[in-house]
Design a protein around this ligand. Structure first.
Ligand SMILES: [Mg+2]
Length: 261
């Protein structure tokens, strides 16, 4: 299927939830899928909007499914946010973070530390310890001129107990209090994909963004100027494709079919 694209695809940026697994269940035989990726000599990065877990935690989850992938090949929207900030502030510096360990670690690695005054930016995402105190601090800093960056726009995410509030709901609270809309880093913005492209050193036209959601994975890939593929193993369905204004380059049942297995 990949061979139908010109120029030839040399790298993949894979979404994880709905592509590699659904909740804690792998989609198909993942070890064989990654062996196939190696066989085709494709570079690969896994990229997710989920900013709460670290690349190490995602690598561990993959290892539990029989796939050995080093954490440096895994990117979340927290890391992409840190890279985005690093471009503007190569020296690092103080930031106000609303988020969990994934965001805190990503920022720390690139030289940013948590502070409550004179910050370079407020960076917010999913935070299960979100509170009025944090909302008030973020509001004061943004109202005083700090740029407002959001890791990802997802307003809810699915759990066994139904949909629960996600990063987007927290960003909406801060936006309501400040009148400032965040700069979003995760999909469907192109930044997460741009960091993946930089990390692999591949051309965008030779890199395929693979995801299970038209409105985030596919749209984000298109905004980054990449080739895109929708896999039907997650959220979006064949039905959603009907009348979709900017369809992906490829559609497959799952990653295995996309790779011609
Ligand atoms: Mg997904």
């Amino acid at each position: 299927m990949l061979n139908s694209l010109q120029p030839q695809i040399k790298a993949l940026v894979l979404d994880m939830d709905g592509v590699l697994w659904r909740a804690n269940k792998p989609v198909g035989r993942l070890a064989a899928v990654f062996a196939r990726i190696d066989e085709l000599k494709l570079k690969v990065i896994c990229a997710t909007n989920n900013a709460t877990s670290t690349p190490e935690q995602f690598a561990e989850k993959l290892a539990g499914m029989g796939v050995q992938l080093a954490p440096k090949f895994i990117l979340n929207s927290a890391l992409a946010a840190a890279h985005y900030l690093k471009k503007q502030h190569p020296q690092g510096g103080p930031v106000y973070l609303v988020g969990e360990v994934g965001l805190q670690q990503a920022m720390q690695v690139l030289g940013f530390w948590q502070a409550e005054k004179d910050v370079l930016a407020v960076v917010a995402g999913m935070d299960r310890q979100f509170s009025y105190t944090k909302l008030a601090a973020a509001t004061r800093l943004i109202r005083n001129g700090a740029p407002f960056i959001g890791t990802n726009p997802d307003k809810t995410f699915p759990t066994p107990d139904g949909l629960v509030p996600g990063a987007g709901s927290i960003l909406a609270a801060i936006e309501a209090a400040t009148g400032v809309a965040p700069t979003i880093i995760g999909k469907p913005s192109p930044y997460l994909y741009q960091v993946a492209l930089e990390r692999m050193g591949t051309d965008r036209l030779e890199t395929l963004a693979v995801g299970d959601r038209l409105e985030t994975d596919v749209l984000g890939g298109q905004r980054a100027g990449m080739r895109t593929a929708l896999v039907l193993s997650g959220v979006s369905t064949q039905h959603d494709l009907v009348g979709w204004p900017t369809p992906p380059d490829l559609v497959a049942a799952d990653l295995a079919e996309l790779l011609g297995m």
